[in-house]
Design a protein. Sequence first.
Length: 340
Amino acid sequence: MKFQVGDKVLVLHSNEEGEVVDIINNKMVMVDVRGVKFPAYIDQLDFPYFKRFTEKKLFPDKKKPKAYVDNLKKEKDAPAQQVADGAWLLFLPEFDMDEFGDDVVTNLKVHLVNHTHHGYTFTYRLSFFGKPSFDLTNQVYAFKDFYLHDVPFSDMNDSPVFSFEFSLLTPDKARASHYEASVKIKPKQLFTKIEEIKSKGEATFSYLLFKEYPARSAEEDIVVPDTPAQGYKIYDAAQARQHLEPARQELDLHIERLTPDWQGMTPLEKLGLQLQAFEKYLDLAIAHHLPSMIIIHGVGTGRLRDELHEALKYKREVKTFINQYDPRYGYGATEVFFQY
């Protein structure tokens, strides 16, 4: 290996000096240049000693050149401004050589890159086929990146979903209390991205999570009246659950169970009513802190089941859900498990 951790290096394309902080593989290392870390190929780096030697004068000038007011050097150059272009999910492919001498991807190193002026607390989750695989809660500061974990390249065929929930490290009343973002990657898109960076000689590819942390929405501005005399009944928060409609451990979404007038409805109207009932009783189950619930959706074409499963993926209180054979429902029900 040409370089080791701690070696001072020269980045050839920018003529900047940095330090090796990690060995990625036999072709790449992680370099730190003035606090900014990025991967670089070994053939794009060199030791800085020759540069330093050529720039250093062996014999100083005997005469000091005259200085005029018009060309006096400023006391201190203004620091380079950092570009705020959003928060990104970044992937660094690790390559290895197969028995045919071809470069193949073995792993993807996953990073959260924060190119904004705010720091965040974040919760990160990775799921495959709707089932949780990895989760992490931590903090990332302004203009810093955070290494999340490695993902085996072979797992990227299993419908991965990379989900985040962000909140500001320093609360701001003008901005949202939290923000959710997710990235779904299809195998064809992934292969296209990898071929693009190989052809361009780049080391990473990334997906934008958000350009700027969003402002507070109108729904978050809850107005509480000064007294109950204004027409509102105020409950103690600790006793709020007893005033809610009871939750259902088992929810049957067959249309004839929801309305007596279902025969005159279009398929789209039926689906809309079923999804409304699902959202209502899912929220009630969460509000009552049920450990689990069963949603009966039937088999049919699978449209309702798919809509429910897609919605469940993005509920932070949903730990996992499963649609398997049950003697009571066949394959026509999904059991949901919650976390609080």
